[in-house]
Write a protein that binds this ligand. Sequence first.
Ligand code: BMA
Length: 822
Amino acid sequence: MILIDLNGKWQMKRTDEEQWIDAVVPGSVYNDLLRAGKMKDPFFRDNEYEIRDLCKFDYEYKRTFQVEAEDLNNDRIVLLCEGLDTLCQVFINGKSVLKAENMHRTYEVDIKNSIAAGENDIHVVISSPIEYALEKDKEQYLCSCADAVPGISHIRKAHCMFGWDWGPQLPDMGIWRNISIQCHNTARIDDIYISQILSQDRVELDIRLRTHNWSNSGTDILITIEAPDGEIIQEKAPVEAAEQHITMGISNPRLWWPNNYGEQPLYRLKVSLMNCGEIIDEKLMRIGIRTISLKRQEDKWGESFEFVVNGKSIFSMGGDYIPEDNLLARCSRERSEKLIKSCVEANFNTIRVWGGGYYPDDYFYDLCDEYGIIIWQDHLYACGVYDFSEEFRENITHETRDNMKRLRHHASMGLWCGNNELEYAWAYWGWGERFGQKLQNDYLKQFEEYLPELAKEMDPNTSYLIASPTSKGGFDDPNNENFGDIHYWDVWHGRKPITEYRTLYPRFMSEFGLQSFPCLKTVETFTLPEDRNIFSYVMESHQKNGTGNEKILYYISEHFKYPKDFDSLLYTSQLIQAEGLRYGVEHWRRNRGRCMGAIYWQLNDCWPVASWASLDYFGRWKAAHYAARRFFAPVMVSALEEDTKVSLHVSNETLNKFEGKLIWGLRDKTSSVIKHGELAVEMDALSTGEVVDLEFGEVLTSQQKKRETYLEFGLIADGKEISRGTVLFVKSKHFALLKPEISTEVYEEAGKFIIDVSSKAFARFVELDLTDADGIFSDNIFDISGTDIKKVELNKENLSRELTLEEVRNKLRVRSLYDTFE
Ligand code: BMA
């Protein structure tokens, strides 16, 4: 029970300076310096480098708090720090009460004898994480991400804060989560773990309780469950042992499903510990009634790798998540909700929380519970070597227990995973020779023995994966496509063409992708006009992947004409990223059964930068995010083209049989129809298949013809088009595009604006945008034929600010591929 909330107003300063400034807790050094006007915007131009150096100093925070004489009568009084970033020493009334060294841990220390009635003070001194990492690196070299400050494997702090191939080196520090003084009397609840035994029309909840009673007084436990419809069931029992189980049953429970498979009903659970009729401790949580497991079973290709939810094998679709801001103090529930909504709107059912960041806040998982996003949660080890010493083991044991305990009850929690790319690096990057047997054995001890054991202890109901990627463990070809998940980087890092994706049949693709630049509006936030050239110092400072800009140009050159100006280059870079992801995902969805997941790298950015993200730092949808909405559509039509042959496939990722109609038309560059067809389509629930095989050899008789002909196709259900696509028979850059002369008509309906887009000829990758406002359109970066009117909706709630019809008309800008070279 909270006695004193220590969040709020504090004071802070650099330890070698005199003047204290106002600070906010939870928060951070950068956040406070920014608020006080003592620091430049770290994301503007190349400010990063100067701001990074502020983390070479130590800082201190202080405040006072009042304690009433009667407060001291509480049995137990503890200081609870839910997040200290990272190397902190905490003093109360001048006495050191805590030394912390792990930002991921929750620290709790007894302070009953350190406080007194009246005014008390708390003082937190934070040492430089950069100096520490560099010092440790000199003592023992442990490899880590080449784009980060060296030595980060020695410190339990979100690795990517020190830099990554998409992130700045800004390892901010501070009291980053809640801090409070709590008191306990008689007894407390230590731990609650819920197991669900789900049968046809009933669920039995086995609630394991651990309580700690240090008094002679007896206690009772009262459990209250509130169903989504408000119905309440209760169970009361005397506490008879430090660990005891209480079983409660729910008949006809409403099942929780991931997005696009069903609803997300949640049950509220309240566990109250009572003494003499009074509540002395209480825990609240929300759960979903469901089963989720990762099925790995031998089959004709190797071993399956698929998430099974409530008995149904699903095709996982989503992206890899990184921290939402390099300055963690700027993260919030509102921002995460905007992000998760964008995921749901793009038909995600899964997010992988990548291991180079931190375990997000409770609200992040609450949102995933509410919106139906399954979480694949990496433990926090990425791309580095770790020395599994006694001390390290002790430290990460607390870290792992704290976080698994905090997060395991969430409906969305689908998988725990040991690390990001460590087995991969040991197996393929010659780490064995570089770092020797001892550290290699350490890897096995930590990731194949210790953490899996700990997971079994902490959360036996959730599946566990030793690493991502992995096949069978033990450094045995971890990226083998027939076993486990894979990270595929030959496209992009290996510069292979995007068509290479179609040669792969992974059981589960958990990382793949291409970079793009953010849009001009975002670039303008960190540049001056003279910086707006991708090879300028500032633009290169916002590209952390060494040869990234060169690769973007390379992939553009493969598919598109040379962009005429800077803005066209930004837009074209997004097209190649969108096309690459589409190309891969459509293929893997056509191979549903063998492949059961496509999670692309990466969902979001932590600052404005050129990166693999589909949402930029401000949450703006890049072309890839609009493409994701289409290639992750629950029912999707896609084309498998080979020279003049095209087979059309339907992938149905819903629990219902699909019945609808497929229409197609072969058209010339003016959009005149050469041939067309239509057929009824049926596709079983959770299945995929070819629905028609078309051959256009008699039309596409010359290269010239191929350059002037395209195929468009659409899938119709209940009179509405639900999925569509286009096939060109040559690369986009070689297609004889005509000037499309696109026009738009905008009108207003309840809650939304409608934009009718039409064109005089075939237009490719039509982009709608608003000047000085943002909106999420129902579709964007689409192709249209010269005869079509495409209706695009712009929901008012998806606007960054309120706009009138007139304003939308004035601010609407349209362009297409043609405008990038003409
Ligand atoms: C993957 C990730 C990240 C990295 C990305 C792009 O391996 O795990 O470490 O940012 O590739 O290079």
